[in-house]
Every structure is written in structure tokens, then in C-alpha cells.
Design a protein around this ligand. Sequence first.
Ligand code: MMA
Ligand code: CA
Length: 266
Amino acid sequence: MVVDKGESEITIEIVNLPDTSARRSHTGEGGEVTTAATGGKLLGCIAVSFCLMCILQASLNICLRLALSSPPDIDCNCKNLTDERDNLRRINLDIEERYKILTEERDKLRRVLNDSALQLNSQAEEGGKLESQLNVLKHYLQQGWFSFSDSVYYISSTKKTWQDSRNDCLQRAADLVIIGSTEEQDFIKQHQKIMWIGLTDREMEGMWKWVDGSPLTTSLWDSGEPNSAGGNEDCVVMNSFKNVNSWNDERCENENFWMCEKKITL
Ligand code: MMA
Ligand code: CA
């Protein structure tokens, strides 16, 4: 504050304005005082404006500081979220891949399981059949039948016609023997009995057929046979025990021992 004493009663207080020209202006006459007052007002305005500008500046600074300080935080958050999103995408892809692999493995295991179940069923079925056939074999052996290869054989102790002999075999769930190989022939011959076998040409002369309907392929006729002696020999016996070839055609009404055969496939 500046006060000029003893010069005039008009006193103007000017704050923060040490300018001597202002002090000079109010020491003059009336016109000079008015000019000084106007200048003072102007200075006041300037000062107020200056203050307002300062406040404005300060506000602006604060605003700018706030405005500029926010984006890095947002950026930072965005980066974290992007990273997290990418990470989750990767995890999702991993899970999808694993799901695919596990689904394939599951389907493969299902197939293996199905195959195993089928195999098990088939084996169980096979086992059942085998057991049943073994029981059949056991039954015939207990009845005194002989086992050779995959058949069992029965030799009668009485004599019958060819047809009665065959009927007896059928009643035993078998039939007259069918000889399919020289080995089988040797096995039958060793019993040294003249026996009916399951071969006949009753249906058509000269057309020899086994009792199962199959044609004759392995012929083991004795020498000079079949001769249809007397013109009516349609049934066959195992005749000679010396040679491999030992069949002879005889009258079917003759009575002979006979041999039954039952196939048992294990
Ligand atoms: C002879 C021979 C055979 C015939 C019988 C009939 C002894 O063998 O000719 O072929 O079947 O007689 O008894
Ligand atoms: Ca004959």
C-alpha cells in the first residue's frame, strides 16, 4: 500500500503496483486525477483478469493432468484384458483338441469293446457246442462204441438184413458206416467181421451211393466185385480182411453183422 501524505486529500490505494507513474498522476490537477482513476480501474481489471487467467490456467492444468493420466491406465487394462482373452482362446483351443482326441479314443474303445463282446459270445457259443459234443462222445463211449478220427463206431453182435441193420443204426442216432478213406477202411477191417456197410445201388443199378446220399468216390471193392451175382446184389459188405480192397455186393435180404457210425465234430 502506498500513501502520499500532505499533498492532497485524494488518496488511492494501489495494491501490488509499485509503478511511480501512477503515484505521479494523482499528485497533479483534477484532469490528471481522473486519468489516474481510469488507469487504476484498468489495472484492476487487468489484475482481476490476470487472477482469473491464473485460476483458469490452474484448472486447465488440473484437467489436463487428469485427462492425460487416465489413458495409460485404460491402455494398461486393455492390454491385460487382451492378454487374458488370447490366453483363454488358447486354453479353449487346447480343450477342443483334447475333446476331439478323447472322443476318438472313446469311439475306438467302444469298437474294441463291441468286438470283444462279440468274440466272447462266439467263444461262449463255441464252448457250449464243444461241451455238448463232448457229452455225446462220452455217452457213446460208455455204450461200448469205438472212437476213430472224428467218429464213433458200433459193431453189432447179431445179424440182420441190410435194411434192418440200417434201422438199428438210425435208432441209435447214427447210420451204417460210410468209408471215406483207406485209413478208415483199415480201422474197420481190424475187427475181422463180415459186416454191412452203408453203400447200396438199390435206387439205380450200378449207381452206388452212400446212405447220406453222397456218390461213391473211394472204391475199395474186392477183386471181381461188384458182380451182382445172380443179378440181384444191391447192398455191400466188408468181406475180406487180408487186402485193403475188400468190399462185396450181396443180396440185401442176407443177414449179416453191421457197423454203425456216428460223426462227432469237436
Ligand atoms: C461169391 C462171389 C460174390 C458173391 C457171393 C454171393 C462167395 O462169394 O461171387 O461176389 O456176392 O458169392 O454169395
Ligand atoms: Ca458180389
